[in-house]
Design a protein around this ligand. Sequence first.
Ligand code: ATP
Ligand code: MG
Ligand code: MG
Length: 376
Amino acid sequence: GSTVGILGGGQLGRMLANAGSAMGYRFVTLDPTSDAPCGQVAEQIVAAYDDREAARELAKRADVITYEFENVDAGVAAMLMNESYVPQGSELLYTTQHRLREKRAIEAAGVQVAPYAEIRNVEELREAVRRFGLPSVLKTATGGYDGKGQWVIRSEAEIEEAYETLSRARTELVLEQFIRFEKELSVIAARNPQGEIRTFPAAENIHVDNILHLSIVPARIEAALQRDAEALAARIAEGLGVVGLIAVELFLTEGGELFVNELAPRPHNSGHYTMEACRTSQFEQHVRAVCGLPLGDTSLMTPVVMVNVLGEHMEPLLARLPDTDEAAQRLGVAAKVHLYGKHEAKHKRKMGHVNVLAADTEAALAWISETNIWKG
Ligand code: ATP
Ligand code: MG
Ligand code: MG
């Protein structure tokens, strides 16, 4: 069988390796932390992501190379294209690592993003805030995640401080109009090198403190909107020449308009529901895509709610397993627990997730609230 090399050894790599191992592939990962989640289920080269010598070693051991997080040095990915087979290329990484480049690429694909402006100095920020109104969202162009590297400007008095604070990141800044969304959605699309495209059903996402809490599928929106969201993701996959997965985060407004928030060129937390709820999981689909296999059927087999397990949820989750099993039986749901093998259950750290499969969304939500593991 062939060996797949993964840049990055977190939980996404682990779940990729688990899915791909079932398909007969071997995996080797490059990650600086020894005993990384992926390293526990695959071979691991322990080295920094931008260590070119280690990257060459990965190339030597693998027949095809992919990545599991988007801040992999695009230069390293480009170098690896000469040493091994990198079907996703480095262009997609380069584009999605920078909010301005990403927004321009989405627009070029004919899809709308929230109105935005590049901000080079505090005067430009003042002018753009006047144009977009309050609140507006100032974001660093690179490096942000879980809401880090952004500032919701709610009054003119905050402009200076917001600018000073985010400028310290030494990257371009972008101001976005604040979208008063009705719902947040995401759609994951896959494309293989042959140009075949498939999309997964849209997820309705609920965040708590800027971290994903729930993904509800099917999203509680009209069927026509679900189709629109999927079509838009397919257009982005096509327009950006994606290979592998592209996750598309969306805002849905009350008026039924869809705006893209941001993209991720990899498996996505909001796609974990596919592991048991779809005929093909996002991880299997990614392996199929980068290995040049035909893409799998993405149909949903059952309603599902995915709930994230953060550090603070670990103790109650493990302590209440007997009760939660009882609740699952009574409510007629299957609660599939996935843990990532991380050792330290730090506050807010993603430790795992639970896919709650049920005949209807209400039963799945009832299980989540009855367990008392996720409060508030
Ligand atoms: P992730 O962990 O998803 O990579 P991130 O740090 O890159 O997060 P965004 O996805 O850009 O950040 O924003 C985080 C959240 O903040 C969004 O999911 C949304 O709830 C809110 N948000 C971001 N931009 C806007 C906007 N323009 N209008 C309204 N809400 C926004
Ligand atoms: Mg992001
Ligand atoms: Mg986001």
